[in-house]
Design a protein around this ligand. Sequence first.
Ligand SMILES: C[S@@+](CC[C@H](N)C(=O)[O-])C[C@H]1O[C@@H](n2cnc3c(N)ncnc32)[C@H](O)[C@@H]1O
Length: 525
Amino acid sequence: MVQNENATSEEPPNAYDIVNYPLLSISQTHIGRLSALGWLFGMDPVHPSRARVLELGCSSGTNLLAMAQLFPEGKFLGVDYSKSQIEVALEATEAIGIRNVQFLHADICELGRDFGEFDYIISHGVYSWIPDSAKAALLRISKENLSSRGIAYVSYNCLPGWKMRGALRDMMLLHTGNLKDPMEKVGQSKALLQFLASACNQDSAYGKFLAGELELLLNTDDSYIAHEFLENENDAFYFADFHRQALGAGLNYLGDAEPASMMMADISEEAQKTFAQLKGNQVAIEQYLDFLRNRTFRCSLLCHAGVEFNRNIQPSRVRSLTAVSMIDLRQALEGSQPAVFAMQGGAEISVTDPATAMVLEALALNGSIPVDVLTESLLEPLKATCPEKEDEAICELIYTILLRAYFTKTADFYLSELSLTEPTPGNPYSLPLARWQAANNQKVSNFYLGMTATDAIMATLIQLCDGTRSPEEICIQILEAVRKKQLNFNEGEEVISDPERQKKLVERFYFTSMEKLKKSRLLAP
Ligand SMILES: C[S@@+](CC[C@H](N)C(=O)[O-])C[C@H]1O[C@@H](n2cnc3c(N)ncnc32)[C@H](O)[C@@H]1O
């Protein structure tokens, strides 16, 4: 492990060493997703299972560790100039026993072409928060160190959405300017926003805006607020300006890591007609969509200028991907009843078209499934509903339905299998990083790099699922912890102390919790 030899004790303290950033994995950066988008757009991205991945500004390494454990043949390298965060990353790597990831304490400005070549270069939450010289270095590395088939991911605060949020930042900075302690600044910033949201005219547009921002702020980690709102640097860009900067660095815009945001499914047909005046200019379309949606944050995917791609997707490309459902089935299609699905966030959608309902139902019931396997299983049932269609046309119909789902946030695609082999078949096995996170009172990262909060008993269960214990042994250990009062088991308000009832409750807890863990993709299937 190379350490930054130039760091001296005279250097001003690093803001991220004073307040560490929260330990996050970021689902948008999953290389299985990035490669799927490149593949759909006709590129030939390197398969995630053998990719070389660099993360710039990796903080405590959670995101990279979450991916490294999924792709043991891949090579992962994280760079951050906060020494204490890199120490956490190294500690976690050691504890988890992952061998294919390295972390380097260094300033990205010091990295050159000789640093190596990578198939994916990720920088999430970095570009807007660093000085211009470091921004230039970030784009330079994303170009010079990117392999010819590579994809770079750069996220940043964008305009016009951050203009309004930027006004809140200004007020917070004004209000806390005379304070030194960063956490006191956060406390005072929240108090200011709380006061403004309660004292203003709550029926006005401004009142509604403040209420929305307050809700977001109260549900986020204080260390996130410290860095998102109160850092010295915080630049937001119009997409068109970011695009110009990327072109200037020799990179081209491939697409957005949130693919639905590139499309117009959420706007009226009338408005879509107006967009037709932009004659398919994707950058202009997305810029105007940002105006329309008041977008605050972007995650742009870049490739080398000159790499050929085509955003008019050939449906057959879908066949090589793994599809993941982003919706839950509430009611299957039957007679005059539509199929009903719950989206993430709770909203429901009804589907009456039999083919669409059949594909989405099968996907929702499987959770995740390779598209060729899904197609195989649906060919005969779909043929029964449209006997006039040839097999090839039915396959194409399935791919088109899946693509529509992808661009409307009801399904996702990965250019990789999403599974791990259990060390001992039959013994439950949770992701190693999740076990370390659970032991350290952190939210846990799943297969998709999403984060799940856990309580004490769930955290214990995740840690016990390390592949060495059978389900019976896990239940016995939880029961012992309950009897020693290390874990509490209540039924409603009642604390359970009867040994027989405790045993039954633990068994019930085990089965329902394992279902939850499987559904959250925290266990090897
Ligand atoms: C807002 S945090 C984002 C962390 C992480 N990528 C995430 O999204 O959870 C920005 C990170 O960039 C790092 N950073 C800022 N400037 C840097 C530089 N010049 N060289 C290396 N790391 C830098 C900070 O230490 C910090 O960990």
